[in-house]
Ligand binder design. Structure first.
Ligand code: SME
Length: 155
């Protein structure tokens, strides 16, 4: 495996297309889920320069903070609470163009303006969520949803 990821300076979609095989290569060679979540958070964060990129794992009926890149974050989120708990409850990706317009949004960082949360599923169960925050409004769209769902499917 190369020591550094190689990403072309193209569109967002081109970057995701460059990143995906490299994510697969990294994850294929490691069985530990926390190690893999740590590298996936790093690869996404470095590629796109997001504000916060990380995982919450489902542990004992709650979401518990897992590997991430970015500022300090809240450690536990209940089912149905915030964007993360909503994505978990619905077992579906949630895109929030403006966090101030999302009822119940949990503001870990006051600088976060938009967000996407993608559930990580195994055997039909949500086992974790990938949460990405941006300092800009409306950063995330269907392109992010499509590729991030592919990214988490390899975990
Ligand atoms: N904003 C999230 C909480 C997690 S932080 O953004 C890292 C939410 O509403 O679930």
């Amino acid at each position: 495996m190369a020591e550094e990821i190689q990403i072309s300076a193209g569109s967002k979609e081109e970057k995701y297309k460059d990143l995906l095989p490299q994510v697969r290569a990294v994850v294929e060679t490691e069985t530990d889920p926390i190690a893999n979540m740590a590298n996936v958070a790093s690869m996404l964060h470095e590629t796109f320069g997001f504000w916060w990129t990380g995982f919450y794992r489902v542990l004992d009926g709650e979401l518990v903070l897992g590997p991430f890149q970015g500022p300090l974050a809240c450690t536990r989120i209940k089912k149905g609470k915030g964007v993360c708990g909503t994505a978990w409850e619905r077992a579906a990706t949630v895109i929030v163009p403006d966090v101030d317009a999302f009822p119940g949004h949990i503001a870990c960082s006051s600088l976060s303006r938009s967000e996407i949360v993608v559930p990580v599923q195994r055997d039909g169960e949500v086992i974790a969520v990938l949460d990405i925050d941006s300092k800009d409004l409306a950063t995330f769209d269907e392109v992010d949803k499509k590729y991030l769902e592919e990214v988490v499917s390899v975990l």
